[in-house]
Design a protein around this ligand. Structure first.
Ligand code: MN
Length: 261
């Protein structure tokens, strides 16, 4: 069982919420927060791949805008990164700037996000989800077969039988997700892998998601139209089928190995 110490984050969040709910002005409540210790934290209590802090900034992509061609085109990547992702960051910084808990890790804020301004949920999710998404992709210009390592496939098989089952289940859920949102492979606090979807920019770390569908994202797919419309128009299924060629399985496996410890 993990025991972790948090200096002020959660208590400041809870107290800020009470004040906010009463319609009172926020006071500088950092001084009233005490060191708290929690038990039974799920794997969602950290994310080594998201180290960003307020004020948030656009992360560099680990490859060029044209590097994911022919599966995702340069123009889509450039707009998605410099316009869509940047807008989430701008709006997140604006929503947080007068909040006492603005320096808390986003992953902590997600735990109580249902009690906060909806702009924090939408834009905090937008920033976190895209930051992970970029790292979950890798170039494959020669269109080589793209499978997880044998070791990681053995882990996946434990939950899905075989890789094809995982692929089919994920593809079906992502294809059928109505409107805009994300499809995820998550690691739950019950130490299980699961495929879930979230609407809009929600993610499985947020308290707005049903407990059974919460967990640490290992792999995520953006199925907003802005992620594929220029190249694929309304053909979401074709975008998803092509996406399997550019999943960065090493990154996903690394996250799994960190989470299952
Ligand atoms: Mn997007």
């Amino acid at each position: 069982m993990k025991r972790r110490k948090f200096l002020f984050t959660t208590s400041a969040l809870a107290f800020g919420w009470i004040l906010n709910k009463q319609g009172w002005l926020f006071a500088n409540n950092a001084s009233i927060a005490t060191e708290m210790e929690f038990e039974n934290f799920s794997t969602a209590d950290y994310d080594p791949d998201f180290g960003d802090k307020f004020p948030y900034q656009l992360p560099r992509l680990p490859y060029e805008y044209n590097a994911l061609e022919p599966f995702i085109d340069k123009q889509t990547m450039e707009l998605h990164h410099t316009k869509h992702h940047q807008t989430y960051i701008n709006n997140l910084n604006k929503a947080l700037e007068n909040q006492t808990f603005k320096n808390a890790p986003l992953i902590e804020i997600f735990r109580d996000v249902s009690k906060l301004d909806k702009a924090i949920r939408n834009n905090g999710g937008g920033h976190y989800n895209h930051t992970l998404f970029w790292q979950m992709l890798k170039p494959n210009p020669d269109k080589k077969p793209n499978l997880p390592s044998e070791k990681f496939q053995a882990e996946l098989n434990h939950y899905f039988g075989n890789f094809e089952n995982l692929k089919n289940q994920f593809t079906e859920k992502a294809t059928k997700l109505f409107g805009s949102g994300w499809c995820w492979l998550i690691w739950t606090s019950n130490k299980e892998m699961k495929i879930v979807t979230t609407p809009n920019q929600d993610n499985p770390l947020m308290d707005v998601v049903e407990t059974k569908d919460r967990g640490l994202p290992l792999l995520g797919l953006d199925v907003w139209e802005h992620a594929y419309y220029l190249k694929y128009q309304n053909r979401r299924a074709e975008y998803i089928e092509n996406w399997w060629n550019i999943i960065n399985w090493d990154f996903v496996e690394k996250r799994f190995n960190q989470a299952k410890k």
